[in-house]
Design a protein around this ligand. Structure first.
Ligand code: SAH
Length: 475
């Protein structure tokens, strides 16, 4: 048995930026030694039974000394294991990956390197700042912020004909800008600090080289952050996305929030998650569907639960199937079912309308426990025999103080359901004087009932419709 070490870059934080090769290495690993700054989702790719060690921080909070990490690498590899050394960004860019590769070489241990997407390229990119740009920057230098307090020739850096990208420079930002200006760099040159780049709550602070340290301090910027100095930093204004500079709080359940959050982030918004609800399975038995001529699904969560309960796909062959919302329809199609009816308006009223000319005798509505009475009432009124099957319920969850404050201070508070409004109101105690975006009239009514004011209401009652309405309102 010969062990080996794979030095793997996990990218800057967005799990979508993990490479395929990184995923393969994680699936093979017997042992994973990882740093603090890695996407949490990366560890989901580790096979069950593998040993996972956080060498970023110990219980007490202090860093595990490099010697100890080295000893672990060598010991596990010698025991014949596949050891993945997982690091944020790229292992060879300020990651001490080179030292660990040398250690392997010295001990005759086989090793491989899986490059990762480095924060110094990815964080500026997500902020709308290409690190090189024809006519603006013909070169880029990656620098550690420690250079401002070491013997690095800051005058030479000041004279560098291109973009300067500083890692680990939050604390030393005042010295960096001061010494660059002293070295002859133009104080009016654009600069930007990108905090938590590629993560949903990425934030960008811009200013001139002379202003940037004060602005970052005023905004209480924290690590991890990348500082960019150069004309490309000003492209943030044009390429940072239509929602750049805006903080948007998403109140959906965590398991439902990621799509909406990712799309808002891709448009440049800083997204804070304030999930005051979560979904919980309800024990349910699926009745024999043979007796029904219509099955209504109202959410992707409901579809997922339905598929859990169906043991034989042929059980679904009898009734016609209606889906409220394109997300629900897409979830059905992903499971091999093409819904017969998808109303143009994505709410219960829309489905009632779409069913106007359809004869139904016996209907099963499979959905959340707390769903509204609109659909069953309307169908009963038409003489149908309606059964409602609760597949899940949404339950209120307390908000942490941090999440509550961040949500109430956001530029926009987004609600995609009445249950989210009620839960958020219960957890936060108020809807505040916040600007609020709502997915549709039913959600808006709940917002108003609880004392909130609706600034934006989507005319298409889907996450995409909500995003469209937000974009329109901020154009
Ligand atoms: N090997 C890593 C860098 C490790 S040094 C890479 O290639 O990205 C740690 C520094 O990287 C942090 O202090 C910060 O400057 C930067 N960094 C890492 N992740 C970041 C992120 N998501 N956003 C902004 N900067 C980040």
């Amino acid at each position: 048995m010969t062990g080996r070490v794979i030095l793997v870059g996990a990218g800057p934080g967005d799990p979508g930026l993990l490479t395929r090769r990184a995923a393969e290495a994680l699936a093979q690993a017997d042992v994973v030694l990882h740093d603090q700054l890695i996407p949490a989702e990366a560890l989901d790719l580790v096979r069950a039974g593998a040993e996972v060690v956080d060498v970023g921080k110990r219980g007490g909070g202090e860093q595990v000394p490099q010697d100890e990490t080295n000893a672990l690498l060598v010991r596990h590899a010698r025991e014949g294991k596949v050891v993945v050394r997982l690091k944020g960004g790229d292992p060879f860019v300020f990651g001490r990956g080179g030292e660990e590769a040398l250690l392997c070489a010295e001990h005759g241990i086989a090793f491989e390197v899986v490059p990762g997407i480095t924060a110094g390229v990815a964080a500026p990119a997500y902020a709308g700042s290409p690190v090189t740009h024809r006519g603006l920057a013909g070169a880029v230098a990656f620098v550690t912020g420690f250079s401002a307090e070491s013997d690095v020739d800051m005058d030479a850096l000041a004279a560098f004909p291109g973009t300067l990208v500083f890692y680990m420079g939050v604390r030393t930002l005042p010295q960096i800008s001061e010494r660059l200006i002293a070295g002859g760099r133009n104080p009016d040159e654009p600069a930007a600090v990108v905090e938590r780049g590629t993560l949903p709550d990425q934030r960008t602070i811009v200013g001139t080289l002379a202003q940037i340290a004060t602005r970052a301090a005023d905004a209480e910027v924290r690590a991890p952050s990348i500082t960019i100095v150069g004309p490309v930093a000003a492209l943030h204004a044009k390429l940072g996305g239509p929602l750049a500079g805006r903080t948007i709080a998403v109140t959906r359940a965590r398991e439902q929030a990621s799509g909406l959050a990712a799309r808002l982030q891709a448009l440049g918004a800083r997204v804070v998650l304030a999930p005051a609800i979560r979904t919980e399975q309800v024990d349910a038995d699926l009745p024999d569907l043979g007796g029904f001529d219509l099955l209504c699904l109202t959410s992707p969560t409901g579809v997922a639960r339905l598929f859990d309960l169906v043991r034989d796909a042929r059980d679904l062959a009898g009734p016609r199937i209606a889906a409220i919302g394109p997300g629900t329809a897409a979830a059905l199609r992903a499971g091999g079912i093409d819904p017969d009816i998808v109303p143009a308006r994505s709410n219960a009223e829309g489905l009632v309308e779409a069913l106007a000319g359809v004869a139904v005798r016996r209907v099963l509505i499979a959905r959340a426990e707390e769903g509204r009475a609109v659909l069953p009432d309307a169908l009963r009124e038409r003489g149908a025999d309606v059964e409602v099957l609760a597949l899940y319920r949404t339950i209120a969850e307390p908000l942490s103080d941090g999440d509550r404050t961040a949500a109430l201070e956001a530029d926009l508070l987004v609600f995609a359901s009445s249950s989210a409004v009620r839960a958020f109101h219960a957890a936060a105690g108020t809807l505040g004087g916040s600007s609020i975006a709502s997915i549709g009239p039913a959600t808006s009514a709940t917002i108003r009932e609880l004392g909130g004011e609706v600034l934006i209401e989507a005319s298409e009652h889907t996450p995409d419709g909500l995003i469209g309405a937000i974009l329109q309102a901020s154009a």
